[in-house]
Each structure stands twice: as C-alpha cells, then as structure tokens.
Design a protein around this ligand. Structure first.
Ligand SMILES: Cc1cc2nc3c(=O)[nH]c(=O)nc-3n(C[C@H](O)[C@H](O)[C@H](O)COP(=O)(O)OP(=O)(O)OC[C@H]3O[C@@H](n4cnc5c(N)ncnc54)[C@H](O)[C@@H]3O)c2cc1C
Length: 419
C-alpha cells in the first residue's frame, strides 16, 4: 500500500520513518528544498513534558484583552486577524475553563511522556546525533505568587511519573552557575530533572536519512495546492508538479493544515501562533549555561545547543505573517542580558541568526493524530508549542493506528472529533 505524507517537518519525517518500518511504501512531499525548514527549523530545542499545561489556562481572557488594548501581555493578538479566528478563538477560550484545562493538561502530558519513551528507544536503536542532552530544565521566577502557582500545577505532573524540585533563589546558582549576576532579579525556580533538550532540525535531518534508508522517497520543492475528494475518499492531490495518486494521504502540514484540508471540505481547527528565536554563537563563553531555562514572567526560553545559545519565545496571533518584528527580537536580547549578564562581552550581534516560526495550535493544546471522516485521509498535526517533545510518540502512535495495532495511549483522545 502506498502512503503519501504531505509535510517534511519533524512530524512528517518521524511519521515516514515509523510507517516505513512497518513495511509501507511511503513518499513525502514538501514545498521546501529539504526537511524541517519551517516551524521545526529553529525552535527552542526543549524536550519538556514539564510544560504540558496548555497556554489557555483559566484567566487567559484577561491576557488577551490586555493585548488588544495595548497592554503588556505574553500573548499578542493582532486585531486585524480577529474576524478570521472568531470560531477558533471562542473554542480556545472555552477550553480554558477549569474543567477542561486539567483534562487538556493530562492529555498533553500523557503524550509528551510517551514520546520521551519512544525517543529513548529510537536512541537505543539508531545512531542519531542531534546534540541531545539530559540535564533537566529550570523555570525561574521573579514573582513568588507565580512560582507558588506553578509548584501547585506541577503536582498534576506527578500522575505521569514526573518529578520536580522547588528552589530558593540561592539554590538556583548551585544548579546553574551561569545565572551569577541575575540572582537579585529572581525569587526562585522550579527544576524538572526529567526534561531534556536537543536540536529539532538536526533530529529531523537525521531521521530523514534513516527513513530514506528504509525506502522512503522525498520530493522537495513540490507544493500541494488541492486535495480532490470524491465522497469519503481523497482520489488524488494536485501539486505544483502535477497530480499524485495514492492509497492513503497523511497531513503533516503543521500550521498550514487548515487551508489544505479545507480544499477537501474538512475543518481542522489549527491556527498559527508566531514565535521568534535567536541563535547566538557562545563565542568562547566558558561558564555558559548547561540546561534549558524558562523565564516565567516573559515566557521566554534559553537553551544551550552545541556551540550556540538558542533564545526563543513570544506568541503572536497574526495569521500566516512570518515577518520578524524588531521589538520582539529586542525583548529576546533584553532577557538574555537580564538572565545571563556575564554573557555581554561575548555577544556579537552580527553573528546572531534571527528566525520566526508558526506553531500549529489547536484550541485544547493537543494534536490531532489518526483518522478523519475521509476514509483514506489521516492526520498528524497541531502540536503547538510542543511538537519536538511530542514528535516521536505522535509518529509511532499514528503508525500503530494505521497498522490496526492497539495503541499505548487511547487514540480517541487525540482524534479530530474528540469533543
Ligand atoms: C519559537 C518556537 C519555539 C518552539 N520551541 C519548542 C520547544 O522548545 N520544544 C518543542 O517541543 N516544540 C517547540 N516548538 C514547537 C515545534 O517547533 C512545532 O510544534 C513543530 O516544529 C511542528 O512540526 P510540524 O512538522 O508539524 O510542522 P513544520 O515543521 O512546519 O512542518 C510542516 C511542513 O509542511 C510543509 N507544507 C505545509 N503546507 C504544504 C503544502 N501545501 N504543500 C507542501 N508542503 C507543505 C511545510 O513546508 C513544512 O515543511 C516551538 C515553536 C516555535 C515557533
């Protein structure tokens, strides 16, 4: 049976690998010139089940209103795009209600934890180099009440076998000495020893080679413009290079899943949430950071990756616009200076790589994996801010669903019509 995967980001490539391993004939189509060149390219690199709590926690309404009236807000909503996200936005708000929030958190945590196990097995079975490391991650706080709130929320993660440690301000330095000079800003932190990190783009490229070795063919520079649906089947897709027939199609198109699915009259509630990153050469800074660090107040993350530091964050609802805004980039530099003041002399701004990417966000924060009402169309999309963390597990789960095998997690929790 021939399976055509649309999208060669971290999700599409990982799915191709597992399906080829199960014996299917797999091809992957992507409009870019190689794997992982869109949202999977320069993300924060964190493998953090500890961050399973969805963005739309109770109280998100206030954050959004503040953004609309021009106040300081971690989530930025562009008034221009309001009309195009009304339906999705209401659903996003609805899912922030207490009774849904915890359910959404546990669904997401379950997938993240499963995914880390699948990733560990991949590392055992394959020789993959993605600058991975297992130091744990640290969330730091400037505000005691925010820290107490997170410590309380982290109790929920224990259900999934995760542990955490609350740290006082002076204990932070013992775990992360490079914070020297920033202690006075921080009231403490929470350390998650099970978290990991690594370069998602490098992982995608390595897995692409592993998938090729299993016989997967990759077709780059090919845009899929339309899916042709007849009744309950996709009969073919129309691409920039002509028509493609297949027995089965899988959408791994990240933030672009909604417009493509719409050509087959299918609604997939995934919307883009723009984020930014800076990749900064460490430039000889010998006492640099050793683990990913998240600044709770600004919702920004700083991750050491090889001989660079990746600083990432911001959540901007502004449609598909990937323009890099100077004020957002400026905030990333400000944070770097506040958290790692010792790095100042080593920073060479002309060597910094700026990037923006669109997180594929669903209203409840978990991806859609598996069947659709169209019999030969499957999904693996909508991984939002956790696509690297969830990639291996989502791909393995999809392959099990297609194989008709029993999945470790309840597949109904990740299907398109779960609510
Ligand atoms: C700033 C930022 C920081 C992040 N940090 C983290 C982190 O630390 N940890 C974590 O777990 N996650 C993180 N994420 C999230 C993670 O990067 C994403 O969830 C993940 O990359 C999504 O992967 P994907 O394969 O679904 O999408 P993509 O990587 O975007 O892949 C989709 C592919 O589909 C192709 N495509 C789309 N439409 C078409 C079409 N019509 N025809 C042909 N090809 C098409 C695209 O070219 C693309 O290659 C972050 C994201 C951002 C933006």
């Amino acid at each position: 049976m021939k399976i055509t995967i649309i999208g060669a980001g971290i999700i599409g490539v990982s799915s191709a690998y597992f399906l080829a391993k199960s014996g299917y004939e797999v091809e992957v189509i992507d409009r870019q010139d190689g794997p992982g060149l869109e949202t999977s390219f320069a993300n924060a690199g964190m493998l953090t089940p500890s961050m399973s709590d969805p963005w739309n926690s109770p109280g998100i309404m206030g954050t959004l209103i503040s953004s609309l009236i021009g106040g300081h807000s971690s989530i930025i909503l562009s008034p221009k795009i309001l009309p195009s996200i009304v339906g999705w936005g209401l659903s996003f708000l609805n899912q922030s209600r207490q009774k849904y929030f915890y359910n959404n958190l546990h669904r997401s945590a379950e997938l993240c934890c499963y995914s880390m196990k699948v990733l560990a097995k991949l590392n055992d079975d394959l020789d993959i180099n993605y600058q991975g490391y297992k130091t744990g991650s640290m969330k730091v706080f400037r505000d005691q009440s925010a820290m107490d709130k997170l410590a309380k929320l982290s109790e929920q993660l224990k259900d999934h076998g995760m542990t955490y440690q609350v740290l006082k301000s002076k204990e932070l330095l013992k775990l992360e000495p490079s914070l020297k000079g920033a202690e006075h800003r921080l009231c403490g932190g929470v350390y998650f020893p099970d978290d990991q990190a690594g370069n998602a783009y490098q992982f995608t490229c390595e897995m692409e080679v592993k998938a090729r070795n299993l016989g997967v063919s990759f077709h780059y520079g090919v845009s899929v413009n339309k899916m042709i649906r007849e009744g309950e089947k996709i009969t073919k897709i129309i691409t920039s290079e002509g028509e493609v027939n297949s027995n089965m199609f899988i959408l791994c198109t990240g933030s672009y899943s909604m417009p493509l699915a719409r050509t087959a009259s299918l609604n997939i509630p995934v919307r883009p949430a723009k984020g930014y990153s800076l990749t900064i050469p460490i430039n000889g800074w010998k006492s640099g950071p050793r683990m990913p660090l998240i600044d709770d107040g600004s919702h920004l993350a700083i991750t050491p990756l090889g001989d660079t530091i990746r600083i990432a964050g911001a959540a901007e609802f502004s449609g598909y616009d990937r323009q890099i805004k100077k004020n957002r980039i400026g905030k990333l530099y400000d944070l770097l200076d506040e958290i790692y003041p010792q790095f100042g002399p080593y920073l060479e701004r002309d060597k910094v790589k700026e990037w923006s990417g669109l997180r594929p966000l669903t209203p409840d924060g978990s991806p859609y994996i598996g069947r659709t009402p169209i019999k030969n169309l499957y999904l693996n999309t909508g991984h939002g801010p956790l696509g690297w963390t969830m990639a291996a597990g989502s791909a393995k789960m999809l392959s099990n669903i297609i194989d008709g095998k029993k999945t470790i997690l309840n597949e109904n929790n990740y299907c398109l019509n779960r609510h």
